[in-house]
Every structure is written in structure tokens, then in C-alpha cells.
Design a protein around this ligand. Sequence first.
Ligand SMILES: CC(C)(COP(=O)(O)OP(=O)(O)OC[C@H]1O[C@@H](n2cnc3c(N)ncnc32)[C@H](O)[C@@H]1OP(=O)(O)O)[C@@H](O)C(=O)NCCC(=O)NCCS
Length: 376
Amino acid sequence: MNNPSHKRSSGLRGHIAGQTSISTVGVRGSGLSYRGYDVIDLAHKSTFEEVAYLLLYGKLPNATELRAYLQTLKGMRQLPPELKQALETIPANTHPMDVLRTGCSLLGNLERETHFDQQLEKANRMLAIFPSIINYWYHFSHHQKRIQENSTEATIGGYFLELLHRQKPSVLHRQVMNVSLILYAEHEFNASTFAARVCASTLSDIHSAITAAIGTLRGPLHGGANEAASELISQWKTPEEAETALMEMLERKELIMGFGHAVYTDADPRNVVIQQWAKHLSEAGAAPELYAIAERVDEVMKREKNLFPNVDFYHAPVYQYMNIPRSLFTPLFVCSRVTGWCAHIFEQRSNNRIIRPKAAYVGPSLQKVLPLAERI
Ligand SMILES: CC(C)(COP(=O)(O)OP(=O)(O)OC[C@H]1O[C@@H](n2cnc3c(N)ncnc32)[C@H](O)[C@@H]1OP(=O)(O)O)[C@@H](O)C(=O)NCCC(=O)NCCS
């Protein structure tokens, strides 16, 4: 707990904690870029698998490389029988992020990284198998069904949707998933990536580093914000109801999930793209009021707090429109961000020194240990 006499924690805001050539976040003139490519440009012109390749191999693939990469990933989707067995023991009321954390950790036991030259193969395996882990557990625990990992879907987004809904996704939903996964793929030294790098800096294995990252992403101040934003907007039936309730929340100084950012000060560049898709989906299908409510919350937050939506806010209606259960929102984020995390683990390993900052001590001054009988 915080001691009120202490200054508010800086959260390391503004401190340079290392170097990276993987992405820029909020750097004047380059906004958010992955290896020198603007994320908006990538979202418009590439697929998530091209972005995954860019992050993991350091360059955009050509057509031949992409074809081969898609095949490689497709061939890595199968779950080991021991992992299926373990997933079957996890209760239905477990949060899927905890399932994924356990699944990743167990994979690290079954397919150990015994040497760092296996890191790329292990990264691709996690990228390919995470949708299988989530959906296998989800269908077994919720519907007592053992699903098969076989699918003709070439992309990770399409594969995830097919496993989840047990039918081919529409072209529109495939397209939206592709963009969503691109936007979530990488974000410099955010909390989960930093956790992965700290773990990797001890020369631990890649599964341990990714397990640490999953546990870190889980919190509502980080990846869990998309689920919290969905809960928020789903409780209201009209924009007017939303505005009244939101004003009361602000009055009570409550935190509104999906708004604000630790680095961006004016806007989250990813929001423009995902908001457009939320609007498009609302016009294309049922429940247009959900988007209208989200838009009203956005307007009120701007007017009252001068706060902007981050990437998570409009992801809430987007995923809801695609009938994705709320508890799978953050695991989907993992299916994308595992690429950025692995790229950072590779980078950390390539120029490693154990990450070990210092703390400013604010505890009691040195004192003698009293014998047990003399203590009150
Ligand atoms: C993202 C976040 C953790 C950044 O935290 P931060 O850098 O520490 O920002 P601060 O807490 O310094 O925010 C500055 C002020 O804005 C307020 N604020 C920030 N985000 C807010 C939000 N989502 N709702 C209401 N007020 C908010 C803070 O209370 C603070 O007010 P104060 O100066 O009166 O204390 C924070 O904005 C937040 O908790 N957002 C909601 C969770 C979320 O969407 N996370 C996903 C991030 S991609």
C-alpha cells in the first residue's frame, strides 16, 4: 500500500530505460512506428503475418517469404496431448488470461528452449499455438467439446475466429481482426514488454519471459482495459443514459477504462483506425447504439477531462460486434503482442546486461533486533 507521506510514485515516467530499434512511441514526427514503418501505413497495406515477420525477422517479407511463413505458422498450430490434458483440468470460471499464462508455461516444459538459437522457432510456435490454447480450453470448459485445431484459415485472425465460432469468418471480420492484431503487435517499453525484457536479461528462457509478460498484460491498467471498457459501455442502453452515469463517475473521481495514456499526451494514433472499424461494423450490423454510446463517452471524456481514447476503448465495441466473449479480449491482445514481446527478448539477448535499477530508500533507519521476549 502507498504511504501517504511519500511522494506519488513516478512510475518511471519519462526515464529512458534502454535502447530499442523495434518501435517508436510518441516520438515527435514518427508517432508509432514498427522498425521504421508507420503503424497506420502497415494497418492499411499489410497483413498481421507480414507485421509479425517484420518484428521477428527484422524486415518485411517478400511474396515468397510470406507464403512460406504462413505455411510454417499453419504447421505449428497443433496442441501437444499433455497440454490438452492440462487445459481440460482448468475450471470454466478461470480467467482466460490465467489459462494462457499456464498454457505458455506448460509449453515451456514440454518444448523447452534449451539454447537461444531456438528462439525464433519458439516465438513462431507461441504465435501459432496461442489461439489453439485459448479456444481449446474455452470450448472444453464451456461446452464440453474437444475441438480440432485443423482449419484452412491461412491467417491467425481468421484461425482464431473459426476456432471460436466453429464456422468460417466473414471477409469483413477477417479484415477487422487483421487490423486489430497489427495495432496491438508492438508498443516499445510498456509494462508487459519491460517485464519480458527484465526476465530475459537474467538469461532465462523465452517461455518464462512471455509468461511474465502475460501476467503483466492482464491488469486493467494495461491490456485488461479493453475488457473493462466493454463492461463500461455495455451497462448503458442509450447515449443519454451513458452521459448521465459517466458524469456521476467523474464526479466520484473514478478511472474510466480505455482513456488516457502513459506516453501519448494528445491522442493514441491507433485509435483513429480502430474507431473507424467500430463505426463501420456498427453500420454493417446489429446494435448501432453500442457505437453511439461509445462515441458519447468519448465526447464527454474530451469535454470534461480533456482525455482521449486509447487503443483499447474502441476495441471494446469492435470485438463485441464480432461476438467475441469479453473475457477473450485480452487473450486476443496476447495473440498479437507476443510478436513484439519476442522481438524485444531477441533484442535484449543480443546486447544483454541484467536490468537492475536502484530504489530510493524511504523506510525506517537502522535499528537493533530485540530478542523475541522483549518485543511488544
Ligand atoms: C493509462 C494510464 C494508466 C496512464 O496513467 P498515468 O500516466 O499515470 O496518468 P496519470 O494518472 O498521471 O493521469 C493524469 C491525470 O488524469 C487522470 N486520468 C488519467 N486517466 C484517466 C482515466 N482513464 N479516467 C479518469 N481520469 C484519468 C488521472 O486521475 C490524473 O488526474 P490527477 O492529476 O487529478 O490525479 C491511465 O490513463 C489509466 O489508468 N487509464 C485507464 C486504463 C487504461 O485505459 N489503460 C490502457 C492503457 S493503453
